[in-house]
Every structure is written in C-alpha cells, then in structure tokens.
Design a protein around this ligand. Structure first.
Ligand code: CP
Length: 311
C-alpha cells in the first residue's frame, strides 16, 4: 500500500485523489506542511542519473519535515556488487519507511516493494514507467489549459490532443503518459521516425494513435510534448541527426505554422538544437519550467500518500 510503481494500477479516482492532495499541500502554510512527515525517514535509491526527479522528491520530502538519505549506485556498496534486495533490506534496517527508486531495469520497483514490504515510489524504471512524471505532466496540462487541476474524471481532458514526439520506443515518460491521459479523455498521438516508434501491436490502448508526420500531428494538437533521443538506450541504433532535426525538431517556424497556440512540454533533460529549438523552449508557449514546479508539488502528495498521512 502506498506504492506507486506503474500508472497501469492507478484508477481515475486515485489519480483524482492525488491531484486533490497536491492542491491541498500547495495551499498549506509551510510551517504546517513541515509537520506532516516530521520524524519519518525516506530513502532515495538511484541507479541512474537524475536532476529533476531526485531533487524534487528530496526537496518535497524535506518540505514535509522528513529526513532523507540518498544512495547512488556510483558511491555506495552497489558498486561492490550488493544486490537490489540487500540494499533495500539495509535501508529498511536503517529505518527507511519509504524508498524512491530509479533503476535501469524495468520492473525493479516491484522487486524492491516485494522484498522490503515498504512503499516504493518509482522514479523511472528502464523503458517501463515514470508515473510521477505523468502525474506532474497532467497537472501542468490542466493548469495551463485553465482546467480544474484539483480533481479529474473520465472527461477532464475531452477535446485535448497531446502529441508526444521523439524516442517513443525507449521512453518510460511516453508509456506512462500514453496510459494516463487517454483515461481522462485525451487523445495521444505518438510521432517520430519508424525506428523510434513502438511496434504497433505492442502498445496502443484506446485513444492512442501513431502519426508519422510531425506537422500533421501538430496541426491536431493542443499540447506538444517533446522527448530527448536517449542515446544510452539506443543499443547501437544509428540515427541521422540532421534528418531527425529536419523532420522532428520543434522550432519556431514549425510551431507558428502548425500549432501557434500549442502548449510546449518536455520532461527534461532537453538537448537544445536537437529535438527542440532553444527559442521554443524559452518562448511563451513553453510549460517546461512549470513542469518542474508541478513535479515538486505532485511528489509531495505521493510521499504523503505513501506514508499513509491523511490531510
Ligand atoms: N524528467 C526526468 O525524469 O528528469 P531527470 O532524469 O533529470 O530526473
């Protein structure tokens, strides 16, 4: 109980409850908020690098009064060969009541939750899931489109089309968003070169469509979510980056021609000049910094939920 490992197990009612908790926490005076997890211990266990997810979980936990500790694969006994199970049991023996895990292997958070019995928050597992990212993206979309961000139902995103463009095949962010947003009424278009798209049979639920041509997808969209090419997951696949940029970069010209009002999103880290032009990332359509802020808010709610605190 309290774990969040995949969006697949998150009902619309639970999604709504997390958004409601997020809104309550955001409105709460800092001093009151800082009592909610006072004396509680939270471990951050990171097998892959991270800036946004790690820092926002850590700052969120501290804003709630919790004590945090970070274990990274690069500076711990993981380097000496200690297993995920033994690392988790060690953290539990040290008093951790919740573990936030980023791991390069899909499914690792399930293993950690089973072996430790602790609530586990998935901070990204391989190419599988990044549920807190999808929730913060949802809050960003609702807020920027002027919709109710305190609760959702199956129709909250009716009439909203979100194009996710780039390295869909290797993206846990795309997988989580393509699962979450259509449940709330959104249409999700997946766009990119064939070698970076999922094999159709594998993937797609209701409300999800593959559209190869970026301009066509953009013309249908209220939201353009751009993804980084994940070189670390390409496994030898060679991409022609000049061709990629020509066909799939979100630049000022393309945005003005195809979707001048679209909200521009990117989970980060972004590579300016590759999947997105710097001017677009910094421009008026961009919600990229908003996403970071909503990450802090949503992750506070996930920690409160994980530790069973009622507001
Ligand atoms: N979006 C995201 O997961 O960013 P980090 O890898 O910096 O945490």
């Amino acid at each position: 109980p309290g774990s969040l490992i995949t969006v697949a197990s998150l009902s619309v009612a639970e999604t709504s409850s997390i958004l409601s908790t997020t809104a309550k926490l955001a409105a709460m005076p800092a001093a009151e908020k800082a009592t909610l997890l006072a004396g509680r211990r939270i471990a951050l266990l990171f097998y892959e690098s991270s800036t946004r997810t790690r820092t926002s979980f850590e700052l969120a936990a501290k804003s709630l009064g919790a004590t945090t500790t970070l274990v990274s694969d690069k500076s711990s006994s993981i380097e000496k060969g200690e297993s995920l199970k033994d690392t988790g049991l060690t953290l539990r023996a040290l008093g951790a009541e919740c573990i936030i895990l980023r791991h390069n292997a899909g499914g690792a958070p399930f293993v950690l939750a089973r072996t430790t019995g602790l609530p586990v928050l998935n901070a990204g597992d391989g190419m599988h899931q990044h549920p807190s990212q999808a929730l913060l993206d949802l809050r960003t979309i609702l807020t920027r489109l002027g919709l109710d961000a305190t609760r959702v139902d199956e129709t909250s995103l009716k009439g909203v089309t979100v194009t996710i463009t780039g390295d869909i095949r290797h993206s846990r962010v795309a997988r989580s968003n393509a699962m979450l947003l259509p449940r709330l009424g959104a249409k999700v278009l997946l766009c990119g070169p064939p070698e970076l798209l999922p094999e159709e049979a594998l993937t797609l639920g209701e409300g999800v469509e593959i559209v190869r041509d970026f301009d066509t997808a953009l013309r249908r969209s209220q939201v353009a979510m751009m993804l980084r090419i994940q070189r670390e997951r390409l496994a030898g696949l060679e991409l022609d980056l000049t061709e990629y940029t020509t066909n799939y970069q979100l630049n000022e010209d393309r945005l003005a021609r195809c979707a001048p009002k679209a909200l521009v999103m990117h989970p980060g880290p972004m590579i300016r000049g590759l999947e997105i032009q710097g001017e677009v990332a910094d421009g008026p359509n961009s919600a990229i910094e908003d996403q970071v802020g909503h990450g802090l808010a949503v992750r506070a709610a996930l920690l409160v939920r994980a530790l069973g605190v009622e507001l």
